[in-house]
Design a protein around this ligand. Structure first.
Ligand code: HEM
Length: 527
């Protein structure tokens, strides 16, 4: 056997030990050459390929690409708040590496995420190609494993036939007529929260108002909305599941902030064991819910995710598909809308003239009604413009990534398979070339004639993405935002606290780094 082994390599005349040494050396040489090829030769060749087409960028560095520069630029940016009081020029702080390289190399440039080439694309014409006309050449980017475990293998992470099937089944949940049925419960939750605020202010007897961190204020309302959308009449059981999911998210956020060690999440550490237990509990509870709902089909009630996915139309959908989809809804639907509401409140607190205009509109449209009715909502144009301007200046999802799954031509450039494309939504939203010289000003009036006519390009506004993979929950998010802001503005005058430090930053989404303290003063008037 040994003989056969050595003769296989024509080394039979060499004594066995030296032969083994040579074999191992050859193997090491081969691995070294392959590593050198993958981590140096190939990236450098790709870099030349792009540079020859005029697509420049920071030079590739062995193994890490530009990661070191990205991390140090981001750390430096997040170490100091924005000095100009309430400036909305937040791009240099939020995506500092993009801001720097965009100035040096232009709006389409190449940089390196480790040994993988990433093309930053902020030209709406090219973005249109990526999301709409040439979407079939691009895949969604696979999330970090910890995030993926949380966000579930639902719509956000699916592709091809499975994605199309899920999207078709789920879409009716978000039809406006269906969403409007949610309004009373969402409104009630918000009113409940605000009554507590008013009671606290009254108990403290603070004439100047009560200070609240608005980043915390909206959680229960957005949770209410996403729980009803997902579970409908199985609300109470669903709520228990989402409470576990919140705990799990806290663990993941903590792990995400640490250095990523591949494979670490599989080790039976105390924290990992707690995470696994929570994950198991969530799955078990969801599976129980799914089988209950499969047994009892009901008619004449609002459509919810669970109902749609257990309906007879859902042939081919497994229980585990449903579990993953519920997780996705929670992940994609809660924090995004909470962030939108946080920034909208901060912006209104910074710009009292827009509070007045929105309040005036609420009085005119809703009259004596405490909360907007479903017919009032489309008439709350000023509030809609404020929501849009918030999403433009402070988009909760600051960027999105695609991966070219074939060689493809993009705006005349040749892009090789495997290239990742970074679409910096926030940079497009702050581009003076698209939005005019007042791009950094909070001016909701720019949306007076609709989102597609607000900028020099109809696709310049894209807080919910574009094309077929656009956010399925956008209608719900806007409805929640209008409802919550209406409830706040009818009861309170708001102003920014002296303790507020203007420091937007990214941790998966766009956050106020030091919280968002805002002063709420009750309005005493007859409505
Ligand atoms: C202000 C609130 C929200 C923002 C800013 C937002 C933003 C986005 C964006 C940018 C995308 C596309 C990502 C990409 O193309 O890579 C997306 C997709 C998605 N969003 Fe939202 N979202 C919000 C609220 C919601 C809500 C309330 C839900 C559900 C309850 C939701 C569920 C989803 C799902 C399932 C997808 C994936 C759609 C698909 O791939 O077919 N989102 N969202």
């Amino acid at each position: 056997m040994m003989k056969a082994f050595s003769s296989l390599f024509s080394l039979s005349y060499i004594p066995l030990r030296p032969a083994a040494v040579i074999l191992v050396s050859l193997l090491i040489l081969q691995i070294t050459l392959k590593t050198f090829h993958l981590l140096w030769h190939k990236p450098k060749k790709t870099e030349r390929f792009f540079f020859e087409q005029g697509l420049l960028g920071p030079p590739y560095r062995f193994l890490l690409g530009n990661l070191t520069e990205i991390v140090s630029l981001m750390l430096a940016a997040s170490s100091k708040p924005i000095t100009a009081p309430f400036s909305h020029n937040i791009l240099p702080r939020v995506l500092s590496f993009y801001n720097l390289w965009n100035k040096t190399y232009g709006s389409t440039f190449l940089f390196w995420f480790g040994p993988t080439p990433r093309l930053a694309v902020a030209d709406p014409e090219l973005i249109r190609e990526i999301f709409i006309t040439k979407a079939k050449f691009f895949d969604r980017y696979e999330s970090h494993p910890l995030i993926r475990q949380l966000e579930g293998d639902g719509l956000v992470n699916l592709s091809g036939h499975q994605w199309a099937l899920h999207r078709k089944l789920i879409s009716p949940v978000f039809h406006m007529d269906n969403l409007k049925m949610l309004m009373p419960s969402v409104g009630e939750t918000m009113v409940g929260i605000l009554e507590k605020v008013a009671a606290t202010a009254a108990a403290k007897g603070e004439e100047g108002g009560v200070e609240l961190d608005v980043a915390e204020l909206y959680h229960s309302m957005t949770e209410e909305a996403v729980t009803r959308t997902t579970f409908g009449r199985s609300y109470d059981e669903g709520k228990a599941v989402f409470q576990l999911q919140t705990k799990l998210m806290a663990f993941a956020a903590e792990a995400f902030n640490r250095v990523f060690i591949p494979g670490y999440r599989f080790l039976p550490t105390v924290r990992n064991r707690i995470r696994w237990k929570l994950d198991r509990e969530i799955k078990e509870k969801l599976l129980k819910l799914v089988s209950c709902r499969k047994e009892e089909a009901a008619a004449g009630e609002a459509k919810d995710l669970l109902g749609q996915m257990t309906s007879p139309a859902a042939a081919g959908i497994t229980n585990s598909d449903i579990v993953e989809e519920c997780k996705t809804f929670f992940f994609a639907g809660k924090q995004t809308t909470t962030n939108l509401l946080t920034w909208a409140t901060v912006l209104l607190a910074m710009h009292p003239e827009w509070q007045d205009r929105a309040r005036e509109e609420l009085r005119r449209v809703c009259g004596a009604r405490d909360l907007p009715s479903k017919d009032d909502l489309p008439n709350l144009k000023t509030l809609g413009m404020i929501v849009n301007e918030t999403l433009r200046l402070y988009p909760p999802v600051v960027a999105t990534i695609r991966r070219a799954k074939a060689d493809v031509e993009l705006g005349g450039y040749r892009v090789p398979r495997g290239t990742e494309i970074l679409v910096p939504i926030i940079a497009v939203h702050h581009d003076a070339g698209l939005w005019g010289p007042d791009a950094e000003r909070f001016n909701p009036a720019r949306f007076a004639y609709g989102a597609s006519r607000s900028a020099r390009h109809p696709n310049a506004f894209m807080p919910f993405g574009l094309g077929e993979r656009t956010c399925i929950g956008r209608g719900l998010a806007v409805l929640e935002a209008k409802m919550a802001l209406a409830a706040v503005l009818r009861r309170f005058m708001i102003r920014v606290s002296r303790n507020y430090v203007h420091a937007p930053t990214v941790l998966m989404m766009l956050y106020p780094q030091y919280g968002a303290p805002v002063i709420f003063s009750s309005i005493c008037e007859d409505r």
